[in-house]
Design a protein. Sequence first.
Length: 383
Amino acid sequence: MFAAFSYAEVPAADESLRALAAKIAAAAVAGTPLEIRARSWTGFDAQFSRKLGNAGLIGLMLPVEYGGAGRGPFARYVVVEELLSAGAPVAAHWIAERQSAPLLIKFGTPEQRRRYIPGICRGETFFCIGMSEPDAGSDLAAVRTTAEAAGKGWRLNGQKIWTSNAARSHYMIALVRTSGQSEDRHRGLSQVIVDLRLPGVDIRPIRDLAGDDHFAEVFFDNVELGPDALIGEEGMGWQQVVAELAYERSGPERIYSSMVLLDGWRRHLHKAGRTDDTTAQILGCLLARMASLRAMSLACTAQLAAGESPEVEACMVKDLGTAFEQDIPRIVGDDLASHPEEHVEPELYRALAYLEMICPSFSLRGGTREILRGIIARGMHLR
C-alpha cells in the first residue's frame, strides 16, 4: 500500500524566499493583461528567466558545485507558488529546472552536469522533453524513435510531437529505443540529450486553438550524437522517466494553472459588491479544494525532501489538481452568465475564454487521467 499523506509545513528558511519571489513576479507582470498572465505555464520570456537566475531563484534544489543553491524542494515550491499565482512567464527555464537538471543530477555523468546545469541555474540554458510520439500518446513505452549505436556515438531517427517550446529551446532530453522493438515495451528504452541545432533536426511549431504556438513536432533524420549524449545506462530509460515524472506531477504546477482567473473573478466580486450566500458558498468551496490540494502537494514535497519517490501520491495530486484547474473556468463562466446585470471587465472575459479553450489540456500534460488512475490502482493493489 502506498504511504499515507502526512501534514507538512514549509520550513521558515524556505518561506523567507516568498517576498523576493513575489516582488520579482509582480514587477514582471505589472501592466500585463489578465489573459496574458493566464498563460503563465506557456509564457516564454528568456529575459525574465535570466532575472530569476541572477536573483538565485532558479536551481534552488541543485548542488552548489553546479551553480545551484543546495536547498530542498520546499524552497522551489515557495518560488513556483508565487510565480504561478502572479501569472509570471515561467516557460523558458521551466522544464530545464524542474525535470532536466534533477534528472542529470541523479543519472547523468559529472561531465554532463558541469556542461549543462550551471547554464540552467543562470536561466540561460533551456531544455524541452521529447516523450510523446504520434500514435503513442501517453503510452510512453510504445515510442518508436530510435538511437542506434554508430561508431562511438548514436544515430537518431524518428519523431516527437506536442513538445513544449522545442522551437525556443537549446536541448531536448528524448526518450528513445536503443534496442528491441516497440512490442518490448519498457525494455530497451534510453534517454539521450539532443542539441537541437544539429543537422537533421527539423522543428515545426504547432498552433493551438488559442492561436499560440508553444507546441512543436520534432523530426530526426540521421542525427549524429556523440557518446556523451546517453544519460545513465543504456536500457534504463523507463526507470529514469518514472523518477522524472514524480517531480512534474506533484508540485504547485498542478493546482495553480487557473489561479489568475480565480483571483480576477474574486476581484470582480469585490468590485460588484456581491456578498450573497450562494456566491460565498461557491467561492468557499473552491478555496477549500485549493487548500486541501495544497496540503496534499506539500505532503508530496515533504516526501521528496526525505529522499522518497511519491509516485502514487504525485499521481493523485495531479489527477485531483487538474480537475480543480479545469473546474475553475466552468464555475466562473457559469457565475458570470447568471449575473448579466453586472459589468465585467473585458480582460476577465478574455482570460476566461482562453482558459475555457485550453483547460482540457491540463489533464493531458504529465500523463492522462487513465494512465494516472492505472498507477494509483496498482499502488493500492486494485489491479
